[in-house]
Design a protein around this ligand. Structure first.
Ligand code: SF4
Ligand code: SF4
Length: 246
């Protein structure tokens, strides 16, 4: 049984309440994001080597699925959390933003952001420190934990598209990588931030299978690029077991 550990996080409730003003959010999705449901398990669906962990509500016999409402919604860009860059993003964005050297791009356009992710029911804390694209021109390292409207969003959409950071291509999934019997296995879960109105309920996953097919390649490529980025010291990662009382 999975309990998403978000209930004590009031920013998520605030975000969900704002979503409710514009979107028809199922009660079960609202409860799930606030960690109020105790009937959530995950069903693993392997698509092209990426294991998607899709939430399933056992009391309701319903899957939690997702589709994007773009261009009617830009919420994930208007309430941006962080834009960590993989090595290939640095190369692409250096050119895109008109810099002649990666060093100049990194100096002017990025900050260092620390990202904490809890996994395995909150028992494992992963801390990532990554070069991250500034979401506003004057962004500093101190802004790293703030929600900020991304400066690259304008009336026509993302001005970096199709060269936007890789992490933007895989939202709202969060990948993780494990080695199983000598093979790399990529896992992907939804990132429930309270900012996306795209989650819905269905009796089967069938409607989402084409999207999982499309995202499996993006997520696999992102995960490999992410690994290369850490190995080449563009970022670092540490893991810590959390004591139940902490
Ligand atoms: S918040 Fe969700 S629905 Fe809206 S644009 Fe982003 S991914 Fe799509
Ligand atoms: S870079 Fe583009 S896609 Fe990514 S958050 Fe900013 S506006 Fe959105």
């Amino acid at each position: 049984m999975i309990v998403y550990r978000l209930s004590s996080c009031s920013p998520i409730k605030k975000s969900m309440d704002e979503l409710l003003e514009k979107w028809d959010i199922p009660t079960e999705i609202y409860e799930l994001q606030l960690g109020q449901r105790t009937d959530v398990i995950e069903k693993a669906i392997n698509v092209n080597g990426v294991v998607f962990h899709i939430p399933y509500l056992t009391d309701k016999h319903l899957y939690v699925l997702w589709k994007c409402h773009w261009p009617d919604c830009h919420n994930c860009c208007e309430k941006q959390l962080k834009l960590p860059l993989v090595k290939e993003d640095i190369e692409t964005l250096t050119r895109k933003l008109g810099y002649t050297s990666e060093a100049e791009f990194v100096k002017n356009e990025t900050i260092i952001a620390t990202i904490n992710q809890r996994r395995h029911s909150g028992k494992l804390l992963t801390t990532l420190t990554m070069i991250s694209l500034k979401r506003k021109e004057e962004e500093t390292d101190q802004d790293a934990n703030s929600v900020i409207a991304c400066r690259f969003l304008n009336n026509t959409g993302c001005t970096l598209h199709p060269d936007k950071p890789s992490v933007c291509w895989i939202y709202p999934f969060v990948p993780s990588t494990v080695i199983d019997s000598g093979r790399v296995v990529v896992h992907a879960r939804f990132h429930f931030t309270g900012n996306c109105p795209g989650f819905y309920l269905d009796e089967t996953v069938n409607d989402m299978l084409p999207l999982l097919e499309e995202y499996s390649k993006k997520i696999f490529d992102y995960s490999m690029a992410f690994g290369r980025t850490l190995r080449e010291n563009y970022g670092c990662s540490s893991k810590m077991q959390i004591h139940p009382s902490s």
